[in-house]
Design a protein around this ligand. Structure first.
Ligand code: GLN
Ligand code: ZN
Length: 771
C-alpha cells in the first residue's frame, strides 16, 4: 500500500477510558453494593450505563473504533485473572457461590481470606491485583465479561475492538502463589496459558470481533532473552490459529526495544506503539526493523498519561513519517486514558487562560480524532484547529505563569555547591550529637498521628463555612497539644507535631505553592474504588510564604524535646502530581526544591534542630528501563540535596521512604546525603538494614520495627527481637527506633499501645547494651 492510500484509511481509536463516570457514579455504586445499599442488578445497570456513555463520548469526539472490555468493576488485571480462570484456591468457593462477591473477595479479602496482593501498574500511580500462580495452576477460559461488553457495544452500533491483557504480560506480572517456591517462574506456564487465550479469541470472533487488542506493556521494560522468546512463541502460536480475529498487540509506557523486531516479525496483523516522551525512540527502532509491511500500525502520539494539550502539528509530522512504514496508520493516545481525569471542561474554576492548555480523556479523544482526520484528509482539512492549537501552545509558552523570571533566574544560578552541605557528614554528626544530646537508640515517629474523624470533620466544616479559620486553627492546635503531651508521656525522644492540618502530604504543599493548580473533578483511579486528584505542576514554582513554620513553632513551644520539622520532598511532589511536559523533569524538580529549601531554612531559623524531608516516591518514579535510571537518580538526588543543604552542620536532616525493596536505589540513598533515614523494615524482618550495611552505608538508620499497615499492636518482645536483628547489621551508635511509616491511617488505641511498646523495647535494648 502506498503512503497515500494508507492515509486514506486512517482511523482514530483509544485503548481504554476512565471508568468512574462524571460524578464517580461507579465508586458510589460499588461501595453501596459493599454496604448492602445497592443491589447487584443496580450495580450492573450503573456499569452498563457508564459503558454506554463512555462509548458515546468517544464516538461524539470522532473516534472510529471504540475499546470494549477495558471497563472494570475493580481492576483489569483481576478481570484477566477471571478470564483465564486463575482464581486462587482460597477464593474458589466464594467465586463459585457468587461470582460478583467472589470477585470483590479477591480484590479486598474477607474476614476469612486474604485478598490478592496489590502493586503499582508499571510506573503509573494505578495499582493492580497481582495474579498468584504456581506449577499446579490450571487455566480455563471464561470469556463472559469480554463477550458481554463486546455485544453491548455492537448492539449500540459501534465499531468495537475488545482489549485484553496479553499472555506474556499477564505472566510477567504474576508472582508465585503462597506456598509455591519463591523462585517459581510464572512464565513457564505460557504453554498452558496459550490455549486459553485461543479460546477467548475464538469466542470473541464468534461474538463479532474483527480485531482484538492484546496489551503487552511488560515488553516495554528491559526484557530477558527468555521474555523475548516467550513473546515470539506466544504470537507465533496465536497467529497460527485459524479461528481468530485479527490481532493487534500493544506495547506502551516506553519504547519496545528488543521486543519491537520480535513483534514486527510475528504473524499478527497489527502493532500499537507509543511515540510519546522516551518512547519516541520507537520511531527509529521501527524504521531500523524495516517497518511493518502488510500490517496495521496504531500510533500512540497523544500522551495518555498527562493532562496537557497535544502539539498537533508535531504529531501530524510524526504520523506522516510513519505512513511510509506500515500498511495502514491509525491514531491513538499512547496508552489507556485510565490515567487521566475525564473531562477538562468540568474545571470551571481554573483560570481560563490555563484551561486552554488542559486536555483530559475527553479532550484527548477529540485530539486523536482530529489527528486522524488531518492524516486522512490532509492538514488542510483541520487548518482552523491547527491554528487554534498553535495559539494555545504559544500562550502557554509565553505566559508569566510558565515563565516567572525570578524563578528562572534562581534556578539558572544554582551551582553544584548549592546542592551540597557545607560540612562532610563526619563533621556534621559530631555537631548534631553535641546539640541534640540524644540517648543511644533514639526513638521517634515518621510524622503523622491518627487523622481522626474529628480532624476530618474540622476540615469539612472549614470548607463548608461552618467554622472560620480561627476556629479551625484552634482545633488543630488542640490536636497538636494532645499529640505532644502523649509523646512526652510515652517517652519518645524526638517528637513530631502530628500533621493534623494536612489533608494529604502533596496536596497540602501544592495548595500553598505558586505555579501549582488544583482540580475539582480531576479524579484518577488509584485502585479499586479509590480515586485521587493529583495537583498539576502548571507553571514556575515559588513559595509566597512559609507553609509549615507556624505549626512547627507552636509544637516546639510546647516541649523542651526536639520537634522534627516535616516536609514532603521534591521528587515525591513531582511523582504524585501531573508534571509539566514543556521542560525537563529535572528543571521542575529544581524549582520545587528551591521553594522547599526556603521552608527548610525557615524551619531552622524557627529553632528546628531536626528536619525531615519525606521521599516515599523516590523509587516508584524509577524509569522502566535500566539505561534511563542513572539520569533520573542524578536529578532526583540533586533535587533532594538542594532542598536540604541550606542548613547548618548541627541541624540534622532526616528522610523517610516506605517500601522494602531498596535494591535498585541503594547507592542513590547514599547520594541524598541525609543524616538519618527511616525505612520500612518490619515485615521483611529488618532485611533492609542488612542491605544498607552491605553497601557500607555510613549514616544513621531507623529501620521500622512496627508494621503500621494493620491495626495489630506489636508486643515489646517483638520490637526487641526486631531491634536486635537490626543491630546485627547497624551499630547502636547509628540506630534509630521508629515505626515503618506515618500513623495517619491508624487509630489512637493501637497507636498509643504500639508506641509505648516501642519505647519500652528501646529502653530494654539500651540497658542491655550498657551492660
Ligand atoms: N511524614 C509522612 C507521614 O508521617 C510520611 C508519609 C509517607 O511516607 N508516606 O504521614
Ligand atoms: Zn512512609
Amino acid at each position: 500500500m502506498t503512503a497515500k492510500s494508507a492515509a486514506a484509511a486512517t482511523r482514530a481509536t483509544v485503548y481504554g477510558y476512565p471508568r468512574q463516570g462524571r460524578n464517580r457514579q461507579l465508586k458510589k455504586a460499588i461501595e453501596g453494593y459493599w454496604k448492602g445499599t445497592v443491589t447487584a442488578d443496580a450495580l450492573h445497570t450503573t456499569a452498563a450505563v457508564l459503558r454506554r456513555e463512555n462509548w458515546q463520548q468517544l464516538v461524539d469526539a470522532g473516534v472510529n473504533e471504540v475499546p470494549t472490555g477495558d471497563f472494570s468493576l475493580y481492576d483489569h488485571v483481576l478481570d484477566a485473572t477471571v478470564a483465564v480462570g486463575a482464581i486462587p484456591p482460597r477464593h474458589r468457593a466464594a467465586y463459585e457461590a457468587d461470582p460478583l462477591d467472589g470477585y470483590f473477595a479477591m480484590a479486598r479479602g474477607t474476614q476469612e481470606v486474604a485478598p490478592l496482593e496489590m502493586t503499582k501498574w508499571f510506573d503509573t500511580n494505578y495499582h493492580y491485583l497481582v495474579p498468584e500462580l504456581g506449577p499446579d495452576t490450571a487455566f480455563a477460559a471464561d470469556s463472559a465479561k469480554q463477550v458481554g461488553d463486546l455485544r453491548e457495544a455492537l448492539a449500540l452500533g459501534h465499531d468495537a475492538r475488545p482489549v485484553l491483557l496479553g499472555p506474556v504480560t499477564y505472566l510477567l506480572l504474576a508472582k508465585p502463589a503462597p506456598g509455591v517456591a519463591p523462585d517459581f517462574q510464572p512464565l513457564t506456564l505460557l504453554d498452558r496459558l496459550l490455549p486459553v487465550y485461543a479460546e477467548l479469541l475464538a469466542d470473541l470472533r464468534a461474538a463479532g470481533a474483527e480485531w482484538v487488542q492484546l496489551d503487552e506493556p511488560a515488553l516495554a521494560q528491559d526484557c530477558t532473552p527468555a521474555d523475548l522468546n516467550a513473546a515470539a512463541r506466544a504470537y507465533r502460536e496465536l497467529g497460527a490459529l485459524t479461528d481468530r480475529p485479527k490481532l493487534l498487540v500493544a506495547g506502551y509506557f516506553d519504547r519496545l526495544g528488543g521486543a519491537l523486531p520480535v513483534l514486527a516479525k510475528a504473524p499478527i496483523e497489527g502493532l500499537a506503539l507509543d511515540f510519546t516522551g522516551r518512547a519516541a525512540a520507537n520511531l527509529d527502532d521501527l524504521a531500523a526493523a524495516g517497518g511493518l509491511p502488510g500490517k496495521r500500525l496504531v500510533a500512540g502520539v497523544v500522551d495518555g498519561r498527562n493532562i496537557w494539550i497535544n502539539n498537533l502539528g508535531a504529531s501530524l509530522a510524526t504520523l506522516a513519517t510513519l505512513l511510509g512504514l506500515a500498511d495502514s496508520v491509525d491514531v491513538a493516545p499512547s496508552c489507556s486514558l485510565l490515567h487521566v481525569p475525564l473531562d477538562a471542561t468540568a474545571e470551571r474554576e481554573v483560570d481560563p487562560q490555563i484551561a486552554r492548555w488542559l486536555a483530559f480523556a475527553r479532550q484527548k479523544a477529540t485530539e486523536t480524532a482530529l489527528l486522524a482526520r488531518g492524516l486522512r484528509e490532509g492538514a488542510g482539512a483541520i487548518v482552523a484547529e491547527l491554528a487554534a492549537n498553535r495559539a494555545d501552545l504559544a500562550s502557554r509558552a509565553a505566559s508569566p505563569i510558565t515563565r516567572d523570571p525570578a524563578v528562572r533566574a534562581r534556578t539558572a544560578a544554582v551551582t553544584e555547591a548549592d546542592a551540597r552541605r557545607a560540612q562532610p557528614y563526619a563533621d556534621r554528626v559530631e555537631a548534631q550529637r553535641a546539640r541534640l544530646g540524644l540517648p543511644l537508640l533514639p526513638t521517634t515517629t515518621i510524622g503523622s498521628f491518627p487523622q481522626t474523624a474529628d480532624l476530618r470533620a474540622a476540615r469539612a466544616d472549614l470548607t463548608a463555612g461552618r467554622i472560620d479559620q480561627d476556629a479551625y486553627q484552634e482545633r488543630m492546635a488542640a490536636e497538636i497539644r494532645e499529640v505532644i503531651a502523649f509523646q512526652e508521656k510515652a517517652g519518645l525522644d524526638v517528637l513530631v507535631h502530628g500533621e493534623p492540618e494536612r489533608n494529604d502530604m502533596v496536596q497540602y504543599f501544592a495548595e500553598q505553592l505558586t505555579g501549582y493548580l488544583a482540580t475539582r473533578h480531576g479524579w484518577v483511579q488509584s485502585y479499586g474504588t479509590r480515586y485521587v486528584r493529583p495537583p498539576v505542576l502548571a507553571g514556575d514554582i515559588s513559595r509566597p510564604h512559609p507553609m509549615t513554620v507556624e505549626w512547627f513553632r507552636y509544637a516546639q513551644g510546647l516541649t523542651d524535646r526536639p520537634v522534627k520539622g516535616m516536609l514532603t520532598g521534591p521528587v515525591t511532589m513531582l511523582a504524585w502530581s501531573f508534571v509539566r511536559d514543556d521542560q525537563p523533569l529535572a528543571e521542575t524538580a529544581r524549582q520545587v526544591a528551591l521553594a522547599l529549601r526556603d521552608e527548610v531554612v525557615d524551619l531552622e531559623a524557627a529553632g528546628g534542630a531536626v528536619i525531615q524531608v519525606d521521599e516515599p516516591a523516590l523509587r516508584e518514579t524509577l524509569p522502566l528501563r535500566a539505561a534511563d535510571r542513572p539520569a533520573y537518580l542524578d536529578w532526583a538526588t540533586e533535587a533532594f540535596r538542594l532542598t536540604t543543604s541550606g542548613v547548618r552542620a548541627d541541624t540534622q536532616i532526616h528522610t523517610h521512604m516506605c517500601y522494602a525493596e531498596f535494591g535498585d536505589i541503594l547507592s542513590a540513598i547514599e547520594e541524598l546525603d541525609a543524616d538519618v533515614i527511616s525505612l520500612e523494615a518490619a515485615r521483611s524482618r529488618m532485611q533492609v538494614a542488612g542491605e544498607l550495611a552491605g553497601v557500607g552505608y555510613p549514616r544513621e538508620v531507623g529501620p521500622g520495627v512496627w508494621d503500621i499497615h494493620s491495626p495489630r499492636v506489636p508486643s515489646t518482645e517483638e520490637a526487641v527481637r526486631l531491634l536486635r536483628a537490626g543491630l546485627e547489621a547497624i551499630p547502636a551508635e547509628r540506630f534509630w527506633v521508629n515505626p515503618d511509616c506515618g500513623l495517619k491511617t491508624r487509630g489512637w488505641p493501637e497507636t498509643q499501645a504500639s508506641l509505648e511498646h516501642l519505647v519500652a523495647a528501646a529502653r530494654q535494648v539500651r540497658a542491655g547494651l550498657a551492660d
